[in-house]
Design a protein around this ligand. Structure first.
Ligand SMILES: [Mg+2]
Length: 486
């Protein structure tokens, strides 16, 4: 993470922004837009459908706090997240005043399924009428976690899998999964520090490009394309029901059509209907972008457990972004060929095979990058196979294929180089490396040999090709050659 302090501020802003938005929306929940226009919310209120004191937040914040606690203690652990949701529902843990007064039907059903022993990711309802915003409202801590841990700037397969599984626990319809994915990608873009409009547009369009490629989402894909022009919508076009797509649209619209945190959340609340969730989702984005300092002090001091949540948000932020962020920054600087060779080295030296997670922990890159690297190695004739259980990659030694003919000359040269270097990595002897090399590759120039060895030495192979003919071990003044192969 390039700017740890900035990221910590963004996380605090997102958490507190969402909590305050939720609390502003609670007393106005279920009110129509017309009613809101007559009596717009301008400050913290009490009463409303739930008859709660001013500053009381609801299920949205409770589930966000459960998710944050779980991510802090266990990383991504769906079982633990669901256990915490279950304790919230049954024992009122993580509630504003020790009472659960607001819970969605789909969330309630999923938690009951989990309590009866169903695995967490199979608890969510897939039905067409179960497309509420219950997973969208609690997904942003997961997005921040992924951003902190992996310095993500855009959605990849690994991140999408975690985001979708998190949604699956309560909401399993592809529409809910895709809404969560797009929302998280907007968060990744906002965290990267681009200007607001550009970040949101980039976040939406990159996520759409990702989902367009996946058959599973094809039939809901079209519903989301309108998000690309959301900043131009008029208020009448923006709906604010509990339908997941409406909440996502409303939140992005409020963010893009206002210029401060309070304007954004008040606009979200005054759209009416599912006011608390719309404001919680919009509040997370606005809080992340404008920072917690922009939350008006008179709202802060009314919000239930504000100081405690502020402290917890700080702790969450510090936990999810390690002091010395993995992956090691030196990995960022390595060239593509060095990365491909590093992947090959790991596969070569793990006879039991190495999983995608293992590659990600060792090198900087996402699943897709490594899949491309492995495809390139296969093209160079390396027989890398995948064991389906756990998707472990291993080298089937002794069965090397001839590389397929390639039309692109640059690609062809790269593949030839890789083929040569892989063979060197596999078979180079401990002594007389240069002799072995010249015999193995008689048509390759000495300069290329030096370059190849330098390439491998950069990865720690310590191949030395300059002989030391004048070295006399009995001469006390002579400098002995360095350790390594000759
Ligand atoms: Mg609520």
């Amino acid at each position: 993470m390039k700017n740890r302090e900035r990221f910590i501020k963004q996380v605090e802003g997102a958490v507190l922004g969402s909590v305050v938005g939720d609390a502003l929306g609670v007393p106005a929940e279920f009110m129509s837009r017309r009613e809101m226009q007559k009596h717009p919310v301008t400050a913290m209120r009490s009463g409303g459908a739930h008859q709660q004191p001013a500053g009381t937040w609801s299920d949205d914040t409770s589930m966000v706090l459960c998710t944050m606690d779980s991510l802090m203690e266990h990383g991504v652990d769906y079982e633990d997240q669901m256990q915490r949701f279950s304790r919230w529902l049954s024992a009122a843990e993580n509630t504003a005043h020790g009472e659960v007064f607001d819970v969605g039907i789909t969330v309630q059903k999923a938690i009951h399924c989990f309590d009866r022993g169903r695995p967490p990711v199979f608890c969510g309802d897939k039905a067409e009428n179960a497309c509420g915003n219950g997973s969208l409202m609690r997904i942003f801590p997961t997005a921040l976690y992924l951003c902190g841990q992996y310095s993500l700037e855009s959605l990849d397969h690994h991140a999408a899998e975690i985001i979708h599984n998190t949604s699956y626990c309560t909401h399993a319809h592809p529409r809910c999964l895709m809404a969560c994915g797009i929302f998280c990608n907007v968060i990744f873009a906002l965290c990267s520090g681009k200007p607001l409009q550009e970040a949101v547009q980039r976040g939406v369009s990159d996520a759409l490009a990702y989902y367009r490629r996946t058959d599973f989402f094809r039939w809901v894909y079209r519903e989301f394309t309108s998000l690309q022009s959301i900043h131009r919508w008029r208020e009448q076009e923006v709906k604010s029901s509990g339908f997941v797509l409406h909440t996502l649209q409303a939140a992005l619209w409020c963010l893009l059509t206002t210029k401060s945190y309070d304007q954004c959340v008040l606009k979200a609340v005054n759209l009416g209907e599912d006011t608390d969730t719309t404001a919680a989702v919009a509040g997370a984005l606005a809080g992340l972008w404008y920072g917690k300092e922009q939350i008006p002090p008179d709202w802060r001091c009314v919000t239930a457990h504000y100081d405690e949540i502020e402290e917890r948000a700080r702790r969450f932020a510090e936990t999810i972004v390690p002091e010395k962020n993995r992956p090691d920054p030196t990995f960022r600087k390595i060239s593509r060929i060095s990365r491909v060779l590093s992947v090959y080295h790991l596969i070569l030296h793990c006879p039991e095979g190495i999983s995608m997670e293992g590659l990600r922990l060792s090198l900087d890159g996402c699943t897709k990058t490594f899949q491309r690297d492995i495809a390139l190695l296969r093209q160079a004739g390396e027989n890398i196979r995948v064991r389906s259980k756990g998707r472990v990659y291993f080298l089937d030694q002794g069965t090397y294929a001839h590389p397929a003919p390639i039309k692109n000359r640059i690609q062809e040269r790269l593949v030839q180089k890789l083929r040569r270097l892989c063979l060197v990595m596999r078979e180079i002897p401990w002594e007389n490396c240069d002799k072995w090399y010249r015999e193995t590759f008689p048509h390759v120039s000495r300069r290329t040999m030096q370059r190849d060895f330098a390439q491998l030495n950069a990865l720690g192979y310590e191949i030395r090709y300059d002989r030391w003919p004048d070295y006399n071990p009995f001469d006390e003044d002579a400098i002995p050659p360095k350790e390594g192969r000759y």
